[in-house]
Design a protein around this ligand. Structure first.
Ligand code: M6R
Length: 610
């Protein structure tokens, strides 16, 4: 979603801002802009479309100066056009603002300002901030920002410059991440630490309510009332390297990340398999075994793919640990008031650690006194810091908007957690040992699943023209059907629905015709025969069938039009292996349809607005 970058120091800002914006591209955006300053003049350049449009504009109208801020916008208020791109300025052009988040009371503020004669030049909520700050400005930018923020309700990560105060950037955070860093060339600011790769070795993540003022020499931190705070600089995370955004030999990040899964799984398991106790263990749960034995119920929450991983977690934890689990979309949970007792814990699942709804659900649970845990990929992210404890995926950075390796790593960590909780309750040491052994073989099974890629490519050629597709599975593979459908729709723009296979006849079967393929997940397992019967129902209505099976399965082959074979693994690990052909199918279909696989339309990598 929207990205922010800022620099003030001893060299030209525009090239740094542009490189930072390039690094933020993966978050998803529809326009980009920057402002730099020389003497008492600001140079605003902004353009709808990809970054190359902004580059073209800058080639014609360069922006000089050793300080500035930049932004990639993901439209919320007003369409993606030049006018609505950030930065936004006040009427005199003294103040320029870039902003992530949403100002909830912008309509009221806008009306008040209009009544006072302010003429708005965009449809955005952000422009309100520029005018408010200008109205509060009396020669002290940080003071003006602080006063203006008293008037707004909503969420923000914002950066502001003022032509009267050359070299100064003021930034503030409430609900939308910002990180500041020091490097040899000066001071930096970004909405995502990845954007500062190679430039800084120390970082400070702004907390909600903090305001900071950066100059080339100094960083000052304040609370909401402008009382000074001490900056706690942390080492930049290890994965913050220049090579981060490198696709290597792969044409797309998505394909690279699909193929990184065996390694990601190995990393997610590393140091967590405890041979002697036949269990898994974790460093960061911050809960003792005795406390965990008290847990009577788990509520899992997340959004999108992370929510689907949560559904896999429900099957896993119920089966291995015999604990009741409910899975709830974070956007729903945050506004619900489910009865919770002190033996219920909230487990948030999120790749980015910045998803606004998931963060809000965690905060709401904390407010109500619940213990909160997070399974998260991005070290130091907002949710990782907010939760009482948690587990990092260690899957490595995921850049493609379509989540792939994070999903399989999430399912794996949930398996480890289920094993751990199970061993604290009823699972025997022998059962624990067997699970550890099966887990150790998992990365190889995923690697072996890549053998289906060539065949998946030809299946994609057969179906790339379709308008609808169905994904069907049962039990552990029902969430995988949902995930397969999500992958296809988000990157190929084909309408796809995931269903528990038996639910078909309660409505969706009406969609079946010869142009609507059904992707069936039918590896051998306890409901194999039932899924076979569901396949018959589709076949009888003339629907083409693509079946994912374990090994060689003549019974399925007799019914299906296309069969994709994956390695045999125990049922509780099937989601991690069975999702691989679905990821590849979505990728190949999207390519054939000429879609931008890594940056699908309208989507953002981390959704930092509600
Ligand atoms: O960063 P998170 O895991 O919290 O993100 C949640 C969803 O926005 C994300 O999984 C989204 O659905 C992906 N685009 C799916 O590929």
């Amino acid at each position: 979603m929207c990205g922010i970058i800022g620099f003030t120091g001893r060299c030209e800002a525009a090239p740094i801002l542009l490189e930072g914006l390039r690094r933020l591209e993966y978050r998803g955006y529809d326009s980009a802009g920057l402002v730099t300053g020389t003497g008492r003049q600001l140079h605003v350049r902004k353009k709808a479309g990809r970054l190359c449009e902004l580059l073209r504009l800058l080639a014609a109208q360069p922006a000089a100066g050793c300080y500035g801020i930049g932004h990639t916008r993901w439209a919320t208020h007003g369409p993606a056009n030049d006018r609505n791109a950030h930065p936004h300025t006040d009427s005199r052009g003294w103040i320029a603002v870039v902003h992530n988040g949403v100002i909830d009371n912008y309509a009221v503020l806008r009306e008040q300002l209009q009544r006072q004669g302010v003429v708005f030049r965009s449809d955005t909520d952000t422009e309100v901030l520029a005018h408010l700050i200008a109205r509060c400005y009396q020669g002290d930018l940080v003071g003006a920002v602080q006063q203006a923020l008293q008037l707004v309700r909503g969420t923000y990560g914002l950066a502001v410059v003022c032509q009267q105060e050359p070299g100064i950037i003021v930034a503030a955070r409430l609900g939308s991440p910002l990180v500041i860093g020091s490097g040899r060339a000066g001071r930096y600011l970004a909405s995502d630490a990845h954007a500062l790769a190679g430039w800084v070795d120390k970082l400070h993540y702004l907390e909600d309510g903090q305001i900071c003022q950066l100059s080339g020499e100094d960083c000052e931190l304040f609370d909401q009332r402008l009382a000074p705070l001490t900056i706690t600089l942390q080492d930049a995370p290890g994965e913050l390297t220049d090579g981060l955004l490198d696709k290597g030999d792969y044409p797309h990040f998505m394909l690279k990340e699909i193929y990184e899964q065996p390694e990601a799984l190995t990393n997610a398991m590393r140091g967590r398999l405890h041979e002697a106790d036949a269990t898994a263990h974790f460093g960061g749960l911050n809960l003792t075994a005795a406390q965990l034995r008290q847990v009577e119920r788990i509520i899992i929450t997340g959004c999108g793919t992370s929510y689907y991983a949560g559904l896999v977690g429900e099957y896993l934890i119920e089966e291995l640990a015999r604990l009741p689990v409910e899975v709830e979309y974070a956007s729903e949970l945050r506004y619900r008031h489910p009865p919770l007792d002190r033996h219920t814990i909230l487990l948030a699942i999120t790749q980015s650690g910045e998803t606004a709804d998931t963060l809000a659900a965690v905060r709401e649970a904390k407010r109500r006194g619940q213990i909160t845990l997070a399974i998260c990929n991005v070290v130091g992210s907002s949710i990782a810091r907010e939760a009482d404890g948690g587990v990092y995926l260690h899957a490595g950075p995921e850049i493609g908007v379509a989540s792939t390796k994070a999903f399989t790593a999430q399912c794996l960590v949930l398996t480890l957690l289920a094993l751990y909780l199970g061993r604290l309750r009823h699972l025997s040491a022998a059962q624990g040992q067997r699970i550890l052994q099966e887990l150790r073989a998992l990365p190889e099974a995923v690697r072996a699943a890549f053998a289906c890629h060539t065949q998946v490519k030809s299946i994609a050629e057969k179906y790339a023209h379709v308008h609808n597709a169905l994904y069907l599975g049962r039990q552990y593979l029902y969430p995988v059907a949902l995930e397969g459908a999500l992958k296809l729709k988000e990157i190929s723009y084909i309408h796809a629905e995931g269903y528990p296979a038996a639910e078909m006849k309660h409505g969706p079967i009406a969609l079946v015709d010869e142009h609507t393929p059904s992707v069936f997940l039918v590896p051998r397992g306890q409901v194999f025969d039932k899924v076979l019967a569901n396949m018959q129902e589709i076949k009888a209505r003339g629907g083409p069938i693509i079946a994912v099976v374990s090994g060689h399965d003549p019974e399925v082959a007799a019914l299906a039009d296309d069969v994709i074979s994956i390695p045999h693994v125990p049922e509780y690990l099937q989601p991690i292996v069975a999702v691989v052909p679905l990821q590849l199918l979505a990728y190949e279909m999207a390519l054939l349809r000429g879609c931008d696989v890594d940056r699908p339309r309208h989507l953002a990598k981390s959704v930092t607005v509600e």
